[in-house]
Design a protein around this ligand. Structure first.
Ligand SMILES: Nc1nc2c(c(=O)[nH]1)N[C@H]1C(S)=C(S)[C@@H](COP(=O)(O)OP(=O)(O)OC[C@H]3O[C@@H](n4cnc5c(=O)[nH]c(N)nc54)[C@H](O)[C@@H]3O)O[C@H]1N2
Ligand SMILES: Nc1nc2c(c(=O)[nH]1)N[C@H]1C(S)=C(S)[C@@H](COP(=O)(O)OP(=O)(O)OC[C@H]3O[C@@H](n4cnc5c(=O)[nH]c(N)nc54)[C@H](O)[C@@H]3O)O[C@H]1N2
Ligand SMILES: [Mo]
Length: 832
């Protein structure tokens, strides 16, 4: 989320595309309603008429899986009607950069330059810019980068700064703007309607309404979540939203942004802390087996030539100092080699391949910690079978979930399964203290309310018990590769008990000299500008630095920035900068430099975040740019996106696995036989389609397009909400929603049981016949859509279901993130 929830009130136009926040994030409605009351226009683009659509002004149906066509058409509309924000695009994006002469896209094949058919991957060489000139870091004493050559800093050759060739008239055929224009000129209104299944009048109304936010003083916000991400091109969907927001000058503005409404409690914190296999905590990268084999390689491949990420070595070395403590020295590369290495290509061991590796016998034991994949993962029929190959399974949960009881699913034979299952009871959120982050990146501390029930323990206590046992075994027996275990710094104790407060010191960062965790003496850093690459500071999460910086009272959460309760709002924009702490650096709106023009004058007098007064920057939010250096104000320049080396945002990006611009591809399983935009049909880079377990179905066998979603009354796999009688009364059963037209065609009546099936599985669910779904005309063919919730399963006491909706979903993933395609697949239905 580039913004925060209270900021929705500042929007002039709201676009919900692939989010149903009225149900899944009900509190967001409070801020959305405020904007609406002030006259903001509210649009919902969703395959079904949702409770959010009920609040909005315009509802536009869309066939699930076709959002890139929708956004591509919007880009084309914005360009054709000259509604893009010229000064913003010219100065703050890479529109003027010249691309490599080998750059290209061929609609006939649907491929960009650089595709390798054997590996189904791209080389991005031709997606880079032409270079105008080069410059070098000044690492001499007194130079801007003197720190890079200081004692204790690992040796590395600083990157060369490549200054891209630009054409500020945007006329050169090789400039990003011209390529961009050409690419989306194919996305005309008729083509978009044919693909997405809406009517032209509605589409034009949506485009005109949203594009009006391109006026420099207006802002539009896009709210998205799973309707965008759970596709085999989910990351490109997200890019498409960023591009639209850049064209309209909506990023960095109050009331603008690209706003992911986050999911599980603290999913923001989990993402920040490297719970994803590709990212090390705080969005650094793990070592790998190709360009990050050694610390030097890491420095040279990861350090940006320009912009704020020139500082990455400081964040990395400080992180190593926290992982390995006193064992991390300049002589041993700060323990870099003790870190595990991810495979070449980055992502391999995410959830979908994990089950494949169980199937192949490569994974013999599995920790299933605070998740329930036997219900939530795609293709759960396959998940159960794979789990039965395990020697042991540990489930850490509050309830005996489907995962803990996979062996007694209705279709399993317990007698034939040898897996030993351990269920470790964990404490509820109210039964332990700790940190939690919301979608707006606010870090907040939660106090413990009650003691854990029975034998349950907080997760960190369970971790600590395991850690001590494992470490003791390595100490006693040696074993393979003991160094990482024996050298790890693990001193997060208060009075001999594991405690989240020392963890908070580690996350915040501190000066190593003058710090002694055992005595609760910590010299905490107040900002990441204090972190160093010479081993003098330790910090596990540079982006959090400052949230816990009171060295006088390091054990008292209430004395820390994350516990602040200030209501002041001098900006009048709901920034509430003295409430809690928003990473990084307590910044509420990311890229806020872009809220003002190149001379530093705010685009909108009502939405002032930062302003150049002629002598200095007046700021309401923490500036997301270099506003002053050594106390001296830095006059305005065009570097509005200083977290990128270009310091300009990317309309075209060489950093994606599956193409430099979002292109419409069909889902893995699609109800249509044509893709009018290109010859590739579906994404050439879909991951895992080759697994035998994916069992792709065709629209001849399974003509109906299906999607899945949540309802407000239940939470994901329902382990907790299905325990609660009041919620079950409100939403008692697993159901399918379908249109009266499809019901009539299939001879199904409201309240009937319906069998839904495809090659992967079959589920019997209750039927809801509703006008919320309407048949669509897709590429000239009448197409039916259905939708199902996914909150039910055999485990639990109430509202159990023999059927599992995720038995139907395909275990294929996006090439960048490997997120499964839960939101678009094929089924057939009949009266059960
Ligand atoms: N009460 C409750 N709240 C929750 C949750 C819960 O289970 N219950 N889950 C939490 C979690 S973990 C998450 S991640 C979030 C999820 O929050 P949301 O993303 O809002 O959740 P969904 O209901 O899965 O999907 C949102 C909408 O996307 C639509 N959709 C489906 N396919 C497409 C498509 O291809 N394009 C477009 N434009 N729209 C599509 C669906 O019809 C649905 O209305 O909610 C969180 N909040
Ligand atoms: N078809 C379909 N499938 C989906 C989705 C979809 O839209 N459609 N959405 C996907 C999404 S976005 C998500 S996030 C996943 C969710 O998938 P899961 O994370 O597997 O589902 P949850 O039911 O949220 O499981 C969380 C478990 O953690 C337990 N728990 C709660 N608090 C604690 C705690 O403090 N410690 C521990 N150890 N355990 C705790 C709960 O009891 C629960 O059993 O589902 C995905 N699956
Ligand atoms: Mo989620």
């Amino acid at each position: 989320m580039t913004s925060h929830w209270c900021d929705f009130q500042n929007a002039d136009v709201i676009l919900h595309c692939g989010s149903n926040s009225a149900e899944n994030h009900p509190v967001s409605a409070k801020w959305l309603n405020r904007a609406h009351e002030r006259g903001a226009k509210w649009i919902v683009v969703d395959p079904r008429y949702t409770r959010t659509a009920e609040l909005a002004d315009i509802y536009c149906p869309i066939r699930s899986g076709t959002d890139i066509a929708f956004y591509g058409g919007l880009c084309n509309y914005i360009i054709e009607h000259d509604l893009w924000q010229h000064d913003y695009v010219l100065n703050y994006t890479n529109a003027s950069y010249l691309l490599d002469p080998d750059y290209g896209f061929d609609p006939a094949t649907g491929l960009y330059s650089g595709f390798d058919a054997d590996s189904a991957t791209y080389s991005n060489r031709s997606w880079h810019y032409q270079v105008e000139s080069e410059s070098h870091w000044d690492t001499a004493p007194g130079g801007a980068y003197a720190w890079a050559a200081a004692p204790g800093v690992p040796a590395f050759t600083p990157p060369t700064v490549e200054h891209p060739k630009r054409d500020m008239t945007l006329a050169d055929p090789l400039c990003v703007w011209q390529q961009f224009k050409k690419h989306y000129s194919r996305y005309d209104l008729d083509t978009v309607c044919a693909i997405c299944g809406m009517d032209k009048e509605t589409l034009e109304l949506v485009y005109a309404t949203y594009a009006a936010s391109g006026a420099p003083d207006k802002s539009g916000t896009i709210l998205y979540a799973l309707g965008q991400t759970q596709h085999t091109y989910g990351a490109q969907n997200t890019r498409a939203m960023c591009i639209v927001q850049l064209l309209l000058g909506n990023i960095g503005m109050a009331g603008g942004g690209v706003n992911a409404l986050r999911g599980e409690p603290n999913v923001q914190g989990a993402t920040d802390m490297g719970m994803m296999v590709n990212e090390h905590p705080a969005y650094l990268k793990w070592p790998n087996t190709t360009d990050r084999k050694s610390l030097r390689d890491w420095m040279e491949s990861q350090t940006y030539a320009d912009g704020y990420y020139t500082n990455k070595p400081k964040f990395l070395v400080s992180s190593l100092k926290e992982w390995w403590g006193e064992h991390a020295t300049a002589d041993n590369d700060y323990g870099y080699d003790w870190w595990p290495k991810v495979h070449a290509g980055g992502l391999a061991d995410t959830i979908i391949p994990s089950f494949e590796m169980m199937e192949q016998g490569k994974i013999r034991g599995y920790f299933n910690w605070g998740m329930n994949p036997a219900n939530s993962a795609p293709n759960t029929a396959n998940v159960r079978q794979c789990m039965s190959n395990l020697d042991w399974l540990v489930v850490v949960d509050q309830v005996a979930t489907e995962s803990a009881t996979f062996w007694k699913a209705p279709d399993m034979d317990p007698a034939s399964i040898d897996t030993t299952v351990f269920l470790l009871p964990c404490a509820l959120i109210f039964e332990k203290p700790g940190l939690i982050l919301n979608s707006g990146r606010w870090i907040q501390y939660r106090h413990q309310a009650v003691e854990p029930w029975d034998e349950a323990k907080p997760d960190y206590e369970i971790c600590d018990l395991l850690w001590r046992e494992i470490r003791a075994l390595y100490e006693a027996e040696g074993g393979a590769n003991p160094a990482p275990v024996l050298n790890a710094k693990w001193d997060y104790y208060v009075d001999g008990k594991i405690d989240p407060r020392p963890v908070a010191w580690a996350l915040n960062g501190y000066r190593v000299d003058g710090t002694d965790f055992a005595r609760a003496e910590v010299d905490l850093c107040s900002g990441y500008g204090e972190l160093a690459a010479d081993g003098s500071t330790a910090c596990a999460m540079w982006i959090y630095t400052g949230f816990w910086a009171n060295s006088e009272a390091p054990l008292d959460p209430e004395k820390q920035a994350c516990c602040r309760r200030g209501h002041e709002d001098p900006s009048g924009l709901g920034l509430y900068s003295n409430w809690s702490f928003s990473w990084p650096s307590n910044r509420r709106i990311l890229y806020n430099r872009a809220s003002a023009d190149p001379a530093g004058r705010p685009w909108s007098a009502d939405k002032v975040l930062v302003e150049w007064t002629g002598e200095a920057w007046k700021t309401f939010d923490q500036p997301d740019f270099v506003a002053a250096q050594g106390g001296v104000p830095v006059p305005p320049n065009d570097n509005a996106f200083f977290m990128l080396w270009e310091q300009n945002a990317r309309l075209e990006s060489y950093a994606m696995e599956d193409g430099p611009l979002p292109e419409h591809y069909e889902p893995f399983e699609s109800p249509t036989d044509v893709n009018p935009l290109n010859g590739a049909f579906s994404s050439p880079c879909i991951r895992f389609a080759d697994y035998p377990s994916t069992k792709r179905g065709t629209n001849e066998e399974y003509p109906i397009a299906a999607t899945t979603y949540s309802v407000v009354e239940h939470w994901q796999t329902g382990g907790q909400t299905r325990m609660c009688p009041a919620l079950i009364e409100a939403m008692p059963t697993q159901f399918i929603e379908l249109s009266p037209e499809l019901a009539a065609e299939k001879g199904i009546k409201a309240g009937d049981k319906v069998r839904v099936w495809n090659n992967r599985g079959s589920a019997v669910v209750d039927c809801v016949i509703t006008h919320r779904f309407k048949p669509m005309t897709v590429n000239g063919k009448l197409t039916h859509l259905v939708g199902m919730t996914h909150h039910f399963g055999w485990a639990g006491v109430y509202a159990t279901s023999e059927s599992m909706v995720n038995d139907l979903t395909p275990n294929v993933g996006d090439p960048n993130t490997q997120v499964p395609e839960y939101k678009a697949f094929l089924v057939d239905i009949e009266k059960a």
